[in-house]
Design a protein around this ligand. Structure first.
Ligand code: IPM
Ligand code: MG
Length: 357
């Protein structure tokens, strides 16, 4: 019996997790897995219910689970709370940190029927398959922050801090991923300016020595941002710092047709956390409109990395591909000649497809 914590969160998080849970249950039935699913509160929803965006019960639930499926957190309703009570800084970041989830995997895969819908020329994205490995518990997000009054205004500080240990462990994970893929790793930094990036390069170089089969290349982050839209096919695994990874993965999602297609897995601790790479999209919430595929693809990653059910994971991915092949689209990936459906219908189609495989 495996335990999965389900944290829907806010905004479209509530709708996309409903769809994703249906798919997860169908895959479990199909492959004979015993799952126990338990829901927990997080983000604005948790703040409204009990005054904390990350209640202790939620952390306890996560710790006793084998995997966590998360929707999204945040929304305008909570934007004016003190920073530490806001869903992003008060729940999502501390949860990642508490659970030791230092490696965030964001695969960018272009499904064949979506190549035409990409903003870039079709031949640049056809068959694209790259993986962003984003460091998730250090860097600018977690370094010391300060705000103080000085004569004439304010002074603010955000600190980009890393230890060699933090760089080494995420580099090792990225190299092992690259070894299982096409054997290329691009480490992205700003070593022409930042001290942290100079150390980043040094450590990545040492780790590279353990992986002779993987070709390492260093790239400056501004160049990487450009290369991602100029020639994305050159990348296999991109390894980078927390903030750079946040920005580059949103950019890379456009290659897959929409941010609504981009799943993620956060690994490194005892329990893996799976969530779409996008946010809670408050503007689209409550309309049965949002694309659930990023969350459903996150379910596939959950099955693969936390439950070690490769067959079930592949079945979910095949089901998504089949439904796209049949021409069903949510609004964000809609094209002429296709059939537009809402969140629950898309989830239902993918569930049925898993069942019929
Ligand atoms: C992401 C999100 C979060 C992040 C926000 C909501 C704090 O943008 O998971 O990419 O920056 O990590
Ligand atoms: Mg982001």
């Amino acid at each position: 019996m495996k335990k999965v914590a389900v944290l829907p969160g806010d905004g479209i998080g509530m709708e996309i997790t409903v769809s994703a849970v249906k798919v997860l249950k169908a895959a479990a039935r199909k492959f004979g897995l015993q799952l126990e699913l338990k829901e927990g509160l997080i983000g604005g929803a948790a703040y409204d219910a009990c005054g904390s965006p990350l209640p202790a019960e939620t952390v306890a639930l996560c710790r006793e689970s084998d995997a966590i499926l998360l929707g999204a957190v945040g929304g305008p309703k909570w934007d004016n709370l003190p920073p530490d009570l806001r869903p992003e800084r008060g729940a999502l970041l501390p949860l990642r940190k508490l659970l030791g989830l230092y490696a965030n995997l964001r695969p960018v895969r272009v499904f064949a029927p979506l190549t035409g819908g990409c903003a870039l020329k079709q031949d640049l994205v056809a068959g694209l398959d790259l993986l962003v490995v984003r460091e998730l518990t250090g860097g600018l997000y977690f370094g010391e922050k300060k705000r103080e009054l000085i004569p004439g205004g304010w002074r603010v500080v955000d600190t980009l801090e890393y230890t060699s240990f933090e760089i080494e462990r995420v580099a090792r994970l990225a190299f092992s991923m690259a070894r299982q893929r096409r054997g290329r790793l691009t480490s992205v930094d700003k070593a022409n300016v930042l001290e942290s990036s100079i150390l980043w390069r040094e450590v990545v170089e040492t780790v590279a020595a353990e992986y002779p089969g993987v070709t390492l290349e260093h790239m400056l982050v501004d160049n990487c941002a450009m290369q991602l839209v100029r020639n994305p096919g050159q990348f296999d695994v991109i390894l980078t710092e927390n903030m750079f990874g946040d920005i580059l993965s949103d950019e890379a999602s456009v290659l897959a047709g929409s941010l609504g297609m981009l799943p993620s897995a956060s690994l490194g601790g005892h329990v893996g956390l799976y969530e779409p790479s996008h946010g809670s999209a408050p503007r689209h919430a409550g309309q049965d409109k949002a694309n659930p595929i990023a969350t459903i693809m996150s379910v596939a990653m959950l099955l693969r990395y936390s439950l070690r059910q490769e067959e079930a994971a592949a079945a979910v991915e095949t089901a998504v591909a089949a439904v796209l092949d049949e021409g069903y689209r949510t609004y964000d990936i809609m094209e002429t000649g296709c059939r537009q459906v809402g969140t629950q219908a898309m989830g239902g189609l993918i569930t049925a497809s898993v069942e019929s495989l």
